[in-house]
Design a protein. Structure first.
Length: 146
């Protein structure tokens, strides 16, 4: 059974994601990357809690970036790497670089993973959809009306 308390806890954590601002506009790279992870779980391209920069994940991220009318594509390496500043997302490997490159990530970061409780919640379609809606309603919809 899915815990309402855990869903609300993770929705609140997601709402507090630190997002960059440039020229008064919010960069949605982190929320869009999280939506890409959720879709990967839904479609079975992410099957365990070892998230790598697969071609499928990168393509999903790019498609969402275009869908949500972001003017310039933020490279997928940045949200993959900088989500580590959020309480629910973790990297395994050497993660002390200020400006990572693709080469650096390949050589020093093994994979990312989510809190185990969040990962378990995301295996439930209803919980996953609720978390997806929370991201879209909090970050995406307001930015398209600005």
């Amino acid at each position: 059974m899915v815990s309402r308390l855990k869903i609300e806890y993770y929705k609140n954590l997601l709402h507090t994601m630190k997002v960059a601002k440039a020229k008064g506009k919010i960069n949605l790279a982190k929320p869009i990357f999280m939506l890409s992870i959720l879709q990967g779980i839904q479609y079975g391209t992410i099957i365990d809690n070892h998230i790598t920069l697969s071609e499928s994940l990168i393509n999903t991220y790019k498609a969402f970036f275009n869908k949500y009318n972001q003017t310039s594509l933020t490279s997928h390496i940045y949200p993959y790497y900088y989500l580590k500043s959020e309480e629910f997302y973790h990297l395994v490997g050497d993660c002390d670089r200020k400006n990572p490159t693709s080469k650096y990530l390949r050589e020093h970061v093994e994979y990312a993973y989510l809190d185990e409780e969040l990962w378990e919640l995301l295996q439930d379609e209803g919980a996953r959809n609720e978390i997806k809606d929370a991201i879209v309603n909090f970050f995406i919809k307001p930015s398209t009306t600005r």
